[in-house]
Design a protein around this ligand. Structure first.
Ligand code: TYM
Length: 333
Protein backbone atom coordinates (compact mmCIF):
# COMPACT_ATOMS: atom_id res chain seq x y z
CA UNK A 1 0.00 0.00 0.00
CA UNK A 2 1.25 3.52 -0.80
CA UNK A 3 2.56 5.40 2.21
CA UNK A 4 0.72 8.58 3.27
CA UNK A 5 2.27 11.79 1.97
CA UNK A 6 4.06 14.48 3.96
CA UNK A 7 4.93 17.95 2.71
CA UNK A 8 6.79 20.57 4.71
CA UNK A 9 9.16 23.45 4.08
CA UNK A 10 11.47 26.02 5.59
CA UNK A 11 12.24 29.47 4.21
CA UNK A 12 15.90 30.01 3.29
CA UNK A 13 15.52 33.58 4.54
CA UNK A 14 18.19 33.24 7.21
CA UNK A 15 20.42 30.66 8.82
CA UNK A 16 18.40 27.76 10.23
CA UNK A 17 18.13 27.80 14.00
CA UNK A 18 17.20 25.69 17.01
CA UNK A 19 13.44 26.45 16.70
CA UNK A 20 13.40 25.18 13.08
CA UNK A 21 15.22 22.07 14.20
CA UNK A 22 13.06 21.21 17.21
CA UNK A 23 9.75 22.43 15.79
CA UNK A 24 10.16 20.90 12.35
CA UNK A 25 13.33 19.19 11.10
CA UNK A 26 13.83 16.75 13.97
CA UNK A 27 10.30 15.46 13.44
CA UNK A 28 10.76 15.24 9.68
CA UNK A 29 13.67 12.91 10.27
CA UNK A 30 11.54 10.64 12.46
CA UNK A 31 8.57 10.69 10.11
CA UNK A 32 10.54 9.77 6.96
CA UNK A 33 10.35 6.05 7.83
CA UNK A 34 6.60 5.79 7.63
CA UNK A 35 5.70 8.47 5.09
CA UNK A 36 6.35 9.42 1.50
CA UNK A 37 7.96 12.82 2.17
CA UNK A 38 8.57 15.99 0.19
CA UNK A 39 10.78 18.45 2.04
CA UNK A 40 11.09 21.79 0.32
CA UNK A 41 13.17 24.95 0.69
CA UNK A 42 10.56 27.57 0.05
CA UNK A 43 12.57 30.27 -1.69
CA UNK A 44 9.50 31.87 -3.32
CA UNK A 45 8.22 32.51 0.20
CA UNK A 46 11.55 33.99 1.26
CA UNK A 47 11.20 36.91 -1.16
CA UNK A 48 7.99 38.10 0.51
CA UNK A 49 10.48 40.13 2.57
CA UNK A 50 13.55 41.84 1.07
CA UNK A 51 16.45 39.42 0.45
CA UNK A 52 20.01 39.95 -0.63
CA UNK A 53 20.24 37.75 -3.79
CA UNK A 54 23.71 36.43 -2.99
CA UNK A 55 22.67 35.49 0.52
CA UNK A 56 19.43 33.88 -0.63
CA UNK A 57 21.38 31.61 -2.96
CA UNK A 58 23.86 30.70 -0.23
CA UNK A 59 21.10 30.14 2.37
CA UNK A 60 19.29 27.82 -0.03
CA UNK A 61 22.36 25.57 -0.31
CA UNK A 62 22.89 25.84 3.44
CA UNK A 63 19.28 24.82 4.05
CA UNK A 64 19.66 21.72 1.92
CA UNK A 65 22.93 20.85 3.65
CA UNK A 66 21.16 21.14 7.01
CA UNK A 67 18.31 18.88 5.86
CA UNK A 68 20.88 16.25 4.89
CA UNK A 69 23.02 16.73 7.99
CA UNK A 70 19.96 16.35 10.21
CA UNK A 71 19.47 12.89 8.71
CA UNK A 72 16.99 13.28 5.87
CA UNK A 73 17.82 10.70 3.24
CA UNK A 74 17.78 12.15 -0.31
CA UNK A 75 17.36 8.68 -1.78
CA UNK A 76 14.10 8.08 0.10
CA UNK A 77 12.58 11.57 0.17
CA UNK A 78 12.04 14.35 -2.35
CA UNK A 79 14.25 17.33 -1.44
CA UNK A 80 13.83 20.36 -3.64
CA UNK A 81 13.66 24.10 -4.10
CA UNK A 82 10.22 25.60 -4.50
CA UNK A 83 11.35 27.79 -7.42
CA UNK A 84 12.39 24.64 -9.32
CA UNK A 85 8.76 23.53 -9.56
CA UNK A 86 6.81 26.35 -11.27
CA UNK A 87 3.52 24.62 -10.47
CA UNK A 88 3.72 26.16 -6.97
CA UNK A 89 3.42 29.68 -8.34
CA UNK A 90 0.70 28.65 -10.79
CA UNK A 91 -1.52 26.90 -8.27
CA UNK A 92 -0.66 29.68 -5.81
CA UNK A 93 -2.29 32.18 -8.15
CA UNK A 94 -5.40 30.03 -8.63
CA UNK A 95 -5.80 29.66 -4.86
CA UNK A 96 -5.13 33.37 -4.30
CA UNK A 97 -8.16 34.05 -6.47
CA UNK A 98 -10.25 31.86 -4.16
CA UNK A 99 -8.95 33.29 -0.89
CA UNK A 100 -10.88 36.05 0.86
CA UNK A 101 -9.29 39.35 1.94
CA UNK A 102 -10.75 38.81 5.42
CA UNK A 103 -9.04 35.43 5.77
CA UNK A 104 -5.64 36.89 4.94
CA UNK A 105 -6.18 40.00 7.07
CA UNK A 106 -6.67 37.80 10.12
CA UNK A 107 -3.29 36.06 9.78
CA UNK A 108 -1.22 36.86 12.86
CA UNK A 109 2.06 36.25 11.05
CA UNK A 110 1.11 38.85 8.43
CA UNK A 111 0.22 41.33 11.18
CA UNK A 112 3.54 40.74 12.98
CA UNK A 113 5.74 40.84 9.89
CA UNK A 114 4.01 43.76 8.16
CA UNK A 115 4.24 45.84 11.35
CA UNK A 116 8.03 45.77 10.97
CA UNK A 117 8.01 46.93 7.29
CA UNK A 118 7.79 50.41 5.83
CA UNK A 119 6.65 49.26 2.40
CA UNK A 120 4.70 46.02 2.53
CA UNK A 121 4.92 43.79 -0.55
CA UNK A 122 1.58 42.30 -1.62
CA UNK A 123 3.22 38.85 -1.57
CA UNK A 124 3.55 39.06 2.20
CA UNK A 125 -0.24 39.34 2.38
CA UNK A 126 -1.03 36.55 -0.10
CA UNK A 127 1.71 34.27 1.23
CA UNK A 128 -0.72 31.82 2.96
CA UNK A 129 -2.41 31.04 -0.39
CA UNK A 130 0.96 30.09 -1.87
CA UNK A 131 1.65 27.98 1.19
CA UNK A 132 -1.68 26.21 0.66
CA UNK A 133 -0.63 25.53 -2.95
CA UNK A 134 2.66 24.00 -1.75
CA UNK A 135 0.73 21.52 0.33
CA UNK A 136 -2.27 20.80 -1.89
CA UNK A 137 -0.21 20.18 -5.06
CA UNK A 138 1.03 16.89 -3.65
CA UNK A 139 -2.24 15.51 -2.22
CA UNK A 140 -0.55 15.79 1.16
CA UNK A 141 -1.93 13.87 4.12
CA UNK A 142 0.20 15.37 6.89
CA UNK A 143 2.12 18.62 7.40
CA UNK A 144 4.65 18.62 10.27
CA UNK A 145 5.25 22.21 11.44
CA UNK A 146 5.78 24.31 14.56
CA UNK A 147 2.92 26.03 16.36
CA UNK A 148 3.30 29.33 14.45
CA UNK A 149 2.12 27.69 11.19
CA UNK A 150 -1.18 26.36 12.58
CA UNK A 151 -3.27 29.27 11.33
CA UNK A 152 -1.79 28.95 7.82
CA UNK A 153 -2.60 25.24 7.84
CA UNK A 154 -6.20 25.97 8.75
CA UNK A 155 -6.46 28.16 5.66
CA UNK A 156 -4.95 25.39 3.51
CA UNK A 157 -7.63 23.02 4.80
CA UNK A 158 -10.40 25.58 4.19
CA UNK A 159 -9.14 26.22 0.66
CA UNK A 160 -9.00 22.50 -0.11
CA UNK A 161 -12.60 22.11 1.04
CA UNK A 162 -13.74 25.26 -0.78
CA UNK A 163 -12.19 24.15 -4.06
CA UNK A 164 -13.55 20.61 -3.69
CA UNK A 165 -17.04 22.00 -3.08
CA UNK A 166 -16.86 24.34 -6.06
CA UNK A 167 -15.18 22.10 -8.63
CA UNK A 168 -15.44 18.51 -7.41
CA UNK A 169 -12.78 16.46 -5.62
CA UNK A 170 -9.40 18.03 -6.44
CA UNK A 171 -7.45 18.00 -3.20
CA UNK A 172 -6.87 15.89 -0.16
CA UNK A 173 -7.65 17.89 3.00
CA UNK A 174 -4.33 17.85 4.91
CA UNK A 175 -3.87 17.24 8.63
CA UNK A 176 -1.41 19.24 10.69
CA UNK A 177 1.21 17.60 12.90
CA UNK A 178 2.49 19.81 15.71
CA UNK A 179 4.94 18.12 18.07
CA UNK A 180 3.85 17.89 21.73
CA UNK A 181 7.07 19.62 22.87
CA UNK A 182 9.37 21.94 20.94
CA UNK A 183 6.59 23.41 18.80
CA UNK A 184 7.29 26.90 20.10
CA UNK A 185 10.86 27.61 21.10
CA UNK A 186 11.14 31.13 22.46
CA UNK A 187 13.76 33.86 22.08
CA UNK A 188 16.56 33.56 24.65
CA UNK A 189 16.48 37.32 25.18
CA UNK A 190 12.73 38.05 25.10
CA UNK A 191 11.15 34.70 26.01
CA UNK A 192 7.58 35.82 25.39
CA UNK A 193 8.43 36.10 21.65
CA UNK A 194 9.30 33.10 19.48
CA UNK A 195 12.88 32.35 18.51
CA UNK A 196 13.40 33.54 14.94
CA UNK A 197 15.99 33.29 12.13
CA UNK A 198 15.75 37.02 11.57
CA UNK A 199 15.93 38.36 15.13
CA UNK A 200 18.23 41.40 15.08
CA UNK A 201 19.61 40.45 18.52
CA UNK A 202 22.23 37.71 17.86
CA UNK A 203 21.98 36.48 21.46
CA UNK A 204 18.28 35.68 21.08
CA UNK A 205 18.73 32.79 18.66
CA UNK A 206 20.87 29.64 18.61
CA UNK A 207 21.80 28.94 15.00
CA UNK A 208 22.59 25.43 13.82
CA UNK A 209 25.90 26.84 12.56
CA UNK A 210 26.90 28.20 16.00
CA UNK A 211 30.05 26.73 17.57
CA UNK A 212 30.02 25.11 21.02
CA UNK A 213 31.38 28.19 22.81
CA UNK A 214 28.86 30.45 21.11
CA UNK A 215 25.97 28.17 22.15
CA UNK A 216 27.24 28.06 25.75
CA UNK A 217 27.54 31.84 25.84
CA UNK A 218 24.03 32.39 24.48
CA UNK A 219 22.43 29.96 26.93
CA UNK A 220 24.31 31.33 29.92
CA UNK A 221 22.99 34.78 29.01
CA UNK A 222 19.43 33.52 28.52
CA UNK A 223 16.90 35.80 30.20
CA UNK A 224 15.04 34.15 33.10
CA UNK A 225 13.28 36.13 35.86
CA UNK A 226 14.02 37.73 39.21
CA UNK A 227 12.75 34.71 41.17
CA UNK A 228 14.51 31.42 41.79
CA UNK A 229 11.86 28.77 41.19
CA UNK A 230 12.48 26.23 38.42
CA UNK A 231 9.05 25.36 37.04
CA UNK A 232 7.42 24.45 33.75
CA UNK A 233 4.56 26.93 33.38
CA UNK A 234 3.66 27.57 29.73
CA UNK A 235 0.81 29.91 30.70
CA UNK A 236 2.82 32.09 33.08
CA UNK A 237 4.62 34.92 31.26
CA UNK A 238 6.79 35.59 34.31
CA UNK A 239 8.27 32.10 33.98
CA UNK A 240 8.61 32.16 30.18
CA UNK A 241 12.42 32.07 30.22
CA UNK A 242 12.71 29.11 32.59
CA UNK A 243 9.87 27.27 30.85
CA UNK A 244 11.64 27.75 27.52
CA UNK A 245 14.84 26.16 28.81
CA UNK A 246 12.88 23.18 30.14
CA UNK A 247 11.05 22.89 26.78
CA UNK A 248 14.34 22.90 24.90
CA UNK A 249 15.68 20.13 27.12
CA UNK A 250 12.44 18.12 26.80
CA UNK A 251 12.35 18.46 23.01
CA UNK A 252 15.95 17.29 22.67
CA UNK A 253 16.07 14.52 25.25
CA UNK A 254 12.50 13.22 25.02
CA UNK A 255 12.17 13.49 28.81
CA UNK A 256 8.92 14.80 30.29
CA UNK A 257 9.03 18.48 31.41
CA UNK A 258 7.84 17.53 34.93
CA UNK A 259 10.58 14.97 35.25
CA UNK A 260 13.17 17.57 34.23
CA UNK A 261 11.76 20.08 36.73
CA UNK A 262 11.91 17.47 39.52
CA UNK A 263 15.59 16.86 38.80
CA UNK A 264 16.31 20.52 39.68
CA UNK A 265 14.88 20.42 43.21
CA UNK A 266 17.14 22.62 45.38
CA UNK A 267 19.14 23.85 42.37
CA UNK A 268 19.46 27.27 40.76
CA UNK A 269 18.97 28.91 37.39
CA UNK A 270 22.72 28.69 36.79
CA UNK A 271 22.54 24.88 36.87
CA UNK A 272 19.59 24.84 34.51
CA UNK A 273 21.42 27.10 32.02
CA UNK A 274 24.67 25.13 32.12
CA UNK A 275 22.86 21.81 31.61
CA UNK A 276 20.69 23.19 28.81
CA UNK A 277 23.79 24.55 27.08
CA UNK A 278 25.44 21.13 27.28
CA UNK A 279 22.35 19.37 25.89
CA UNK A 280 22.03 21.87 23.03
CA UNK A 281 25.76 21.61 22.21
CA UNK A 282 25.51 17.82 22.00
CA UNK A 283 22.39 18.09 19.83
CA UNK A 284 23.77 20.61 17.35
CA UNK A 285 27.40 19.52 17.12
CA UNK A 286 26.89 16.47 14.86
CA UNK A 287 24.50 18.38 12.59
CA UNK A 288 26.94 21.31 12.29
CA UNK A 289 29.92 19.10 11.57
CA UNK A 290 28.17 17.13 8.84
CA UNK A 291 26.60 20.22 7.37
CA UNK A 292 29.92 21.98 6.91
CA UNK A 293 31.34 19.03 4.96
CA UNK A 294 28.22 18.78 2.78
CA UNK A 295 28.32 22.46 1.94
CA UNK A 296 31.76 22.06 0.42
CA UNK A 297 30.34 19.86 -2.34
CA UNK A 298 27.90 22.13 -4.19
CA UNK A 299 27.99 19.77 -7.21
CA UNK A 300 26.42 17.02 -5.11
CA UNK A 301 23.87 19.45 -3.64
CA UNK A 302 22.93 20.52 -7.18
CA UNK A 303 22.46 16.88 -8.20
CA UNK A 304 20.17 16.24 -5.24
CA UNK A 305 18.15 19.35 -6.08
CA UNK A 306 17.87 18.35 -9.74
CA UNK A 307 16.55 14.90 -8.85
CA UNK A 308 14.17 16.38 -6.30
CA UNK A 309 12.85 18.98 -8.75
CA UNK A 310 12.17 16.39 -11.39
CA UNK A 311 10.23 14.16 -9.01
CA UNK A 312 8.31 17.08 -7.49
CA UNK A 313 7.38 18.57 -10.88
CA UNK A 314 6.00 15.30 -12.14
CA UNK A 315 3.71 14.91 -9.15
CA UNK A 316 2.75 18.57 -9.04
CA UNK A 317 1.82 18.52 -12.71
CA UNK A 318 -0.73 15.74 -12.17
CA UNK A 319 -2.66 17.85 -9.66
CA UNK A 320 -2.22 21.11 -11.57
CA UNK A 321 -3.59 19.62 -14.80
CA UNK A 322 -6.71 18.46 -12.93
CA UNK A 323 -7.20 21.90 -11.39
CA UNK A 324 -6.77 23.75 -14.70
CA UNK A 325 -9.29 21.49 -16.34
CA UNK A 326 -11.77 21.89 -13.47
CA UNK A 327 -11.43 25.69 -13.61
CA UNK A 328 -12.23 25.71 -17.31
CA UNK A 329 -8.85 26.49 -18.83
CA UNK A 330 -8.45 25.18 -22.37
CA UNK A 331 -5.88 22.38 -22.54
CA UNK A 332 -2.76 23.10 -24.64
CA UNK A 333 -2.80 20.73 -27.61
P1 TYM B 1 9.69 29.03 8.69
O1 TYM B 1 10.76 29.05 7.67
O2 TYM B 1 9.42 30.28 9.45
O3 TYM B 1 9.97 27.90 9.75
C1 TYM B 1 10.22 26.57 9.35
C2 TYM B 1 9.65 25.60 10.35
O4 TYM B 1 10.20 25.85 11.65
C3 TYM B 1 9.14 26.06 12.59
N1 TYM B 1 9.56 27.09 13.54
C4 TYM B 1 9.57 26.91 14.85
N2 TYM B 1 9.26 25.85 15.62
C5 TYM B 1 9.42 25.98 16.96
N3 TYM B 1 9.85 27.12 17.55
C6 TYM B 1 10.17 28.21 16.82
N4 TYM B 1 10.60 29.33 17.41
C7 TYM B 1 10.03 28.13 15.40
N5 TYM B 1 10.26 29.00 14.39
C8 TYM B 1 9.96 28.34 13.26
C9 TYM B 1 7.96 26.54 11.76
O5 TYM B 1 6.74 26.31 12.42
C10 TYM B 1 8.12 25.72 10.50
O6 TYM B 1 7.56 24.44 10.67
N6 TYM B 1 5.42 29.30 6.13
C11 TYM B 1 6.47 28.42 6.55
C12 TYM B 1 7.16 27.69 5.42
C13 TYM B 1 6.25 26.97 4.49
C14 TYM B 1 5.60 25.73 4.73
C15 TYM B 1 4.89 25.44 3.53
C16 TYM B 1 5.57 24.86 5.81
C17 TYM B 1 5.91 27.37 3.24
N7 TYM B 1 5.10 26.45 2.66
C18 TYM B 1 4.12 24.29 3.41
C19 TYM B 1 4.79 23.69 5.68
C20 TYM B 1 4.10 23.44 4.50
C21 TYM B 1 7.53 29.23 7.29
O7 TYM B 1 7.64 30.42 7.11
O8 TYM B 1 8.34 28.49 8.06
Amino acid sequence: MAKPIIFSGIQPSGRLMLGNYLGALKNWVNLQKDYDCLYCLVDLHAITLPQDPKELRERSYEGLAVYLAAGIDPAKNILFLQSHAPQHAELGWMLTCHTYMGELSRMTQYKDKSAKQKNIGVGLFTYPSLMAADILLYQTNLVPVGQDQKQHLELARDLAQRMNNLYGPLFKVPEVYIPPVGAKIMSLQAPTAKMSKSDPDPNATVFLSDGDKEIEKKLKRAVTDSGSEIVFAPDDEEKAGVTNLISIQAAITGRKPDEIVASYAGKQYGHLKVDTAEIVVQCIKPVREKYQALLDDKGELDRILARGAEAARERAETTLAKVKDALGFVARH
